[in-house]
Design a binder for this molecule. Structure first.
Ligand SMILES: Cc1ncc(COP(=O)(O)O)c(C=O)c1O
Length: 397
C-alpha cells in the first residue's frame, strides 16, 4: 500500500523523538534525566481534577457542540477581557484539543499552497511543519542571541514579499524564552499595519514569565490589527494540564467559524468533562498558577548561571517559558570518542550517552548552534543534570 504524498512529507516532532529515545534508554536500565519535553513537572491542581470528576458524574460524557461548550467559550471571553484586555464574543472563540490543534486548524483555514508565512526563528518545531502541511512555505526570519532572539519591524519588513500571507509570533517564546516588550510589539505593529497579513499570536506561556514582566498581546495594540489577529492559548502550561488536550483561539468570527467547520469534520468537540474542568481552571483559585511560575523562575535563576559557567557554553537569560537555549558552538571541534562534535545534534547525542541527560538539538528549532534544556524538572534533577553535563564536557578532548 502506498502512503499519500501528504503522509510521506510528514515528519515526527523532534521534541517528541528525543523523549522517546530517552524513554527507551531508561527502559534498558540507564539512569536518564529527561530535560527534553516541554511539560510542567507539576500535577494538575486538585480543584480542577475534582471539577472533572463532578462533571463526569453529572453526565458530561457525551458530545458537546463541536466548537466547545458555550459556558467555556464564555469563560474564555471573560478571561481574555480580564487578563488580556481583549474583547471577544464567545462566537469568536473556539475550543480545540490543545493549542497545537488550534494552530493546525488555523494553518488549514488561513494558508493556501504557495503562501509564505513568516516565523521568527529559532521557533517551536510545529509552526513550520503545520504551515507546510497546509501547502504553504514557512519562511524563518533568523534572529540572534545578541538581539535576544527578537525580530524588529525593520527586519520583518525585509522579509515581506507579494506572497507573504501571515506571521506567527510566540511570546514568551519556546525555545528561546524571549518576551517582547510593548514597545517592540508596537514596532512590529507599525509594519504590520501597512500590510494585510494575518497574525497568529501564540500566548500559551503567558503566565510563565519572570522579572515582573507582563505578557502583552499584539492584538491589544490597534483595533485594525486585532481584525487580522488570532490569539492562541491553552491550559497545558498555565494549569499543568498537558494530558487533558485543551486549547483555544480567539479572533475574527469568519476565521473561527472556518476552524469550527474543520473541527466538526475532524475531531468534533474536545473531551466534554475536560471542558468543564477548564471552566474551573479559569474561574477558580489562581494561586497554583503563580506558585508554578515562581518555582520556574527560581529554577531559571539556578540553571542559567550554571550553564554560563561551563566552558564553551553561552546562554541568554530567558524572560519567560521554561527553557534554556544555550549556544554550544564553543564545543564544536572538541572530540568525543575520537570524533569531533560538529553540531548541536552531536552534542545532544554525546550528552545523552556520556551524561545520561536528554536534551533537544537546536536543529529542530532551526538553529544547529544551540540546544534546548527544559527546566520543567525538580531542583534535585536539575542540580544532578548540570553536574553531569559539566563533568562530561570537562572530559571532552
Ligand atoms: C509555543 C507552543 N505553543 C503551543 C504548544 C501546544 O500546547 P498544547 O497543544 O499542549 O496546548 C506548545 C507546547 O509545547 C508550545 O511550546
Amino acid at each position: 500500500m502506498r502512503l499519500s504524498q501528504f503522509a510521506q512529507r510528514l515528519k515526527p516532532s523532534e521534541t517528541l523523538a528525543i523523549s522517546t529515545r530517552a524513554k527507551t534508554l531508561r527502559a534498558q536500565g540507564r539512569d536518564i534525566l529527561d530535560f527534553g519535553l516541554g511539560e510542567p513537572d507539576f500535577l494538575t491542581p486538585p480543584h480542577i481534577i475534582r471539577a472533572a470528576e463532578r462533571a463526569m458524574a453529572a453526565g458530561y460524557t457525551k458530545y458537546t457542540p463541536p466548537s466547545g461548550l458555550p459556558e467555556l467559550r464564555a469563560a474564555i471571553a471573560e478571561k481574555l477581557k480580564r487578563e488580556n484586555q481583549l474583547d471577544y464574543r464567545p462566537e469568536q472563540i473556539i475550543v480545540s484539543c490543545g493549542a497545537k490543534h488550534a494552530l493546525y486548524n488555523l494553518a488549514m483555514v488561513l494558508v493556501d499552497p504557495g503562501d509564505e508565512v513568516l516565523i521568527p526563528g529559532p521557533c517551536w518545531v510545529t509552526y513550520p511543519a503545520q504551515v507546510a502541511m497546509a501547502g504553504g512555505t514557512p519562511v524563518i526570519i533568523p534572529t540572534r542571541a545578541e538581539e535576544d532572539f527578537k525580530v524588529s519591524g525593520a527586519l520583518l519588513r525585509r522579509y515581506l514579499t507579494p506572497r507573504t500571507k501571515g506571521l506567527i509570533l510566540n511570546s514568551p517564546c519556546n525555545p528561546t524564552g524571549t518576551v517582547y516588550t510593548p514597545e517592540e510589539l508596537e514596532d512590529l505593529a507599525r509594519v504590520l499595519l501597512d500590510t494585510s497579513l494575518f497574525v497568529i499570536s501564540d500566548e500559551i506561556y503567558e503566565h510563565i514569565i519572570y522579572d515582573g514582566l507582563k505578557q502583552v498581546s499584539l492584538a491589544t495594540l490597534h483595533p485594525a490589527l486585532k481584525e487580522r489577529c488570532v490569539v492562541v492559548n491553552g491550559f497545558s502550561k498555565s494549569y499543568a494540564m498537558t494530558g487533558w488536550r485543551l486549547g483555544y483561539c480567539a479572533g475574527p468570527q469568519a476565521v473561527i467559524e472556518a476552524c469550527g467547520r474543520l473541527q466538526s469534520q475532524t475531531t468534533s468537540n474536545p473531551t466534554a468533562f475536560a471542558q468543564v474542568a477548564a471552566i474551573e481552571a479559569l474561574t477558580g483559585p489562581q494561586d497554583s498558577v503563580r506558585r508554578m511560575a515562581e518555582e520556574f523562575e527560581r529554577r531559571r535563576n539556578f540553571v542559567i548561571p550554571r550553564l554560563n559557567a561551563i566552558d564553551g557554553l553561552f546562554c541568554n537569560l530567558p524572560r519567560g517559558a521554561f527553557y534554556a537555549f544555550p549556544r554550544v558552538e564553543g564545543l564544536f571541534g572538541r572530540r568525543y570518542q575520537g570524533k569531533p562534535l560538529q553540531n548541536s545534534t552531536d552534542v545532544v547525542a554525546f550528552l545523552l550517552d556520556e551524561a545520561g541527560v536528554a536534551l533537544v538539538p537546536g536543529e529542530g528549532f532551526g538553529d544547529s548552534r544551540h540546544l534546548r534544556l527544559s527546566y520543567a524538572a525538580s531542583m534535585a534533577e536539575l542540580e544532578e543534570g548540570l553536574r553531569r553535563i559539566e563533568q562530561a564536557i570537562a572530559r571532552l578532548e
